[in-house]
Structures are given as structure tokens and as C-alpha cells.
Ligand binder design. Structure first.
Ligand code: PDD
Length: 286
């Protein structure tokens, strides 16, 4: 049984509870981070922590009491649960003042809820999907307008994943005003010639921590990077495509809305960036 962390306590998962009045539960009033673990170490930890701090501040949410101890808590959970490869999930919600109300509770008297748990995923970096690539479909992006904040409002992304499954694909790319925003739980890229194209940062997409690292490594490797919106037609005509996230790293995309890219196998740029990302991020793992 896993040991999880809730508001200052390490508990067996079956004994960990939060209030039914918690605003995370009633209103999706919460933010989260997912950090990957490779070889027992945390990947891109500082980036995830910095984004968490920003998400909290954008929502006027108080930092949980143990904020300065988050690295220690991550490490302790990895240790006690014997995680070699996997993920640490962290969630902060605005907490509960013992009732349901649209008005935020007084931060002086209501503490945020802090929950962390691990997911063991042996061989996370060698997933079979990385060798075959994944298939994506396009769906309309009907999410709210502050996608740069990593909130737990994941119903539509979850529905998108189900739409993809139903269509015989693995994931969905969301489209707004004719342009791809991002994947249901990852950032989206296409490659044409020597140029990598991915949507520019704004409130329309999550500012991926993996995205930032991958674009830095791509530029260091003298690849051309264009940060701009692209259409599904442009994507279908691309040489290759891929997605990035903390759990998938760099994942090749081999089919878009039924159109195979290139020869239908992972392209060289995606493969190379995956290798560089795994190699470089392991060097700075903590
Ligand atoms: N998802 N875009 C969206 C909508 C996401 O949910 C995620 C991450 C990303 C990639 O961000 P990063 O590189 O920082 O992981 C982009 C996480 C992994 C999840 O929800 O499980």
C-alpha cells in the first residue's frame, strides 16, 4: 500500500482524507503539478515548483504551510514508496471552511489543502509508445481562458482522451479558431524540414516545463524553432510531430486525424530530442 502525504502527515493511502467541503472537490478550486521520477530522482523539480508558485499567485491562493518543505516531501514519498521510475502528483486546493459558498473563504482562517502521492511506473522512459509513436485526433478546444494556470479542471481534457480512444487514437489535439492549442495533457509540436513549430506562450496553453527544456535543447543543437500557432492542415502536411509532458517526455506523433506523417514511424527530430531531453534532464535531476 502506498504512503501518501496530506496536510503535514504521511499516511497509508486508505487513511488519508480531505473534507467533503473542500473547494477542490466542490469547485475544482485547486492547482496541481506532476513531476517525473527517473532512477529515484526528480526531473525538472525547480521548474515545477516555480510554476506551482505562479499558479497559486494567479488564483490568490495562499501557499500551503509546508511549501518550503516540498522538495523534502517529494523525496520522502519517493523513498518510502520505493519509487525508481514514476511520478509524484501534488495538489493544492483552497481548502474548506466547512460549507459551500462561491465566495472564497478567508485565507486568514482557512488553510489550503496539500496532498501528494506517488505513482510507480517502472521503465517510464522506455515506454513502448515512444518506439511506435502515437495517433492523435483534432477536437474543439472548449476549455476556459486561463489554461496557463495548472488547475484541476480536467473534465474536458479527460473527455478529449475518451473521444480519441473512441476514434481509435491515443490522444487529442485541441483546436481554437482553426489553430492547435495543445494536447489534452501535453504541448504539441510539428516539424517541417529543419524547423520545429509549437504554439507561442500565452493564456491559451499551459507553459510546459518539459516544453521549456526541450526548446532550449533544440536551440542549443542548432535546430530552428518557431513559436507560433499552426493549423491541423499544416500539421497533417508536416514531416513529423510530437508532444511533450512530464509523464511522456518527448513522445512522437505518427498520425493526425487519420493521416500518417512521413512513413508513419517516429521521425528523427522527435527521437533525437527525446534522447537529449532524457540525457540532459537526468544530469540536473535531484
Ligand atoms: N500534464 N499542457 C497540458 C494541458 C498539460 O496538462 C500538461 C501536463 C502539459 C505539459 O506540461 P509539463 O511539460 O510541465 O508536464 C501541457 C500533466 C503531465 C498531467 O496532467 O498529468
Amino acid at each position: 500500500m502506498r504512503t501518501v502525504y496530506v496536510n503535514g502527515e504521511y499516511l497509508p493511502e486508505t487513511e488519508a482524507t480531505v473534507s467533503i467541503f473542500d473547494r477542490g472537490f466542490l469547485m475544482a478550486d485547486g492547482v496541481y503539478e506532476v513531476t517525473s521520477v527517473l532512477g529515484g530522482k526528480l526531473i525538472d523539480f525547480d521548474g515545477h515548483l516555480a510554476r506551482l508558485e505562479r499558479s497559486l499567485s494567479e488564483l490568490d491562493m495562499k501557499k500551503p504551510a509546508a511549501f518550503d518543505d516540498l522538495l523534502d516531501i517529494h523525496r520522502e514519498l519517493v523513498r518510502v514508496n520505493g519509487i525508481t521510475d514514476g511520478l509524484v502528483y501534488l495538489q493544492v486546493t483552497r481548502g474548506s471552511d466547512g460549507d459551500r459558498d462561491f465566495v472564497f473563504p478567508d485565507p486568514e482562517t482557512t488553510e489550503p489543502t496539500l496532498v501528494l502521492f506517488t505513482q510507480s511506473k517502472p521503465g517510464l522512459a522506455d515506454s513502448p509508445a515512444a518506439k511506435t509513436g502515437i495517433k492523435v485526433i483534432g477536437i474543439e478546444d472548449i476549455r476556459w481562458g486561463r489554461r496557463d494556470i495548472k488547475t484541476v479542471q480536467l473534465l474536458y481534457p479527460s473527455m478529449g482522451k475518451m473521444m480519441a480512444k473512441k476514434a481509435g487514437a491515443d490522444d487529442a489535439w485541441m483546436i481554437e479558431d482553426g489553430h492547435v492549442t495543445e494536447g489534452t495533457s501535453n504541448n504539441a509540436y510539428i516539424v517541417k524540414g529543419n524547423t520545429i513549430v509549437t504554439r507561442h506562450l500565452s493564456t491559451d496553453i499551459l507553459h510546459g516545463i518539459t516544453r521549456a527544456a526541450v526548446l532550449r535543447f533544440a536551440r542549443e543543437a542548432q535546430m530552428q524553432v518557431e513559436e507560433r500557432a499552426f493549423t491541423m492542415d499544416e500539421a497533417k502536411a508536416a514531416d513529423e510531430a510530437f508532444v511533450t509532458s512530464a509523464s511522456a517526455f518527448v513522445m512522437p506523433v505518427v498520425e493526425i486525424d487519420g493521416t500518417a506523417l512521413g512513413d508513419g514511424t517516429p521521425g528523427p527530430v522527435a527521437k533525437r530530442l527525446r534522447e537529449i531531453y532524457l540525457e540532459e534532464s537526468l544530469k540536473s535531476a535531484v
